[in-house]
Design a protein around this ligand. Structure first.
Ligand SMILES: [Zn+2]
Length: 256
């Protein structure tokens, strides 16, 4: 992934040579672009892609919160070690997003603008000690944390990643883990972008993800593959994420 977060952008020349070297080494690059990335960082990515005139760089937009973005990147990296081509792995970024259960425990929702919050919760967040479980993916949701708080979770086998920062993670590790039944719970560091994304300096970010590469592979290969008519890559989904061409539905596929 290219380091383009924040206001201070790295030197363009250095980024161009690093990108060229990565393309020479790997052939193709898949870049996950968080929706929260600022305009300057986004412009920089498109500049690099344009200067290199490269349809071997896929810029894949994602709405996921930071911890889930990191986990998705790991899942995609593992898929690149299989026999799947770059067009299919890029398309897998969209597919696998639906299998990530991502949220956070927050002490306040007044500065949370990435997940819709109702007014009552806004008012409650001024009560000292109140905590909120906020889900961002696959569906947005919010509940005040209490002994009977229930959060809809995955109905398939996952591991749970937990990143606590300035706040106890008891509720996630005990109550939520009891509800979601993850195979394992992993403590991980909080991503740098998380405090801004969630609008809180203290938080516990969590995400349940499929840890098994065999399961991920089967999910991706269960989707119909097509050849991009423009660049020839094998892809899944309705668009080639490398050259942006729309994928026409195969007529035989429509009939069958
Ligand atoms: Zn293409």
């Amino acid at each position: 992934m290219l380091p383009v977060s924040g206001d201070l952008l790295p030197d363009l020349g250095e980024q161009l040579s690093a990108t060229t070297a990565a393309l020479d080494l790997h052939g193709h690059l898949i870049v996950l672009v968080p929706a929260a990335l600022g305009a300057a960082g986004r412009r920089r990515l498109h500049t690099i892609r344009a200067i290199l005139e490269s349809d071997r760089i896929a810029l894949v937009e994602t709405d996921l919160p930071p911890l889930a973005v990191a986990l998705l990147a790991l899942q995609l990296r593992r898929l690149t070690g299989t026999d799947l081509g770059p067009g299919v792995v890029a398309g897998a970024a969209r597919l696998l997003t639906y299998y990530l259960y991502a949220g956070a425990v927050l002490g306040s929702v007044t500065r949370l603008d990435r997940v819709e919050v109702d007014l009552k919760s806004h008012l409650r967040s001024w009560v000292p000690g109140a905590q909120f479980a906020v889900m961002a993916n696959p569906e947005a949701g919010l509940a005040e944390v209490g002994p009977h708080t229930r959060v809809a979770g995955p109905n398939f086998l996952t591991h749970l990643a937990v990143a606590a920062h300035g706040m106890h993670d008891d509720w996630v590790r005990e109550d939520l883990a009891r509800q979601w039944q993850p195979g394992q719970v992993h403590e991980v560091p909080l991503p740098a972008a998380s405090t801004q994304w969630w609008g809180n300096h203290k938080l516990v970010e969590f995400a349940a993800y499929i840890p098994d590469i065999g399961v991920l592979y089967r999910l991706v290969t269960s989707v119909r593959r097509e050849s991009c008519a423009w660049c020839g890559l094998e892809v899944i989904g309705d668009q080639c994420l490398f050259c942006s061409a729309q994928i026409a539905l195969n007529e035989i596929g429509l009939i069958g």
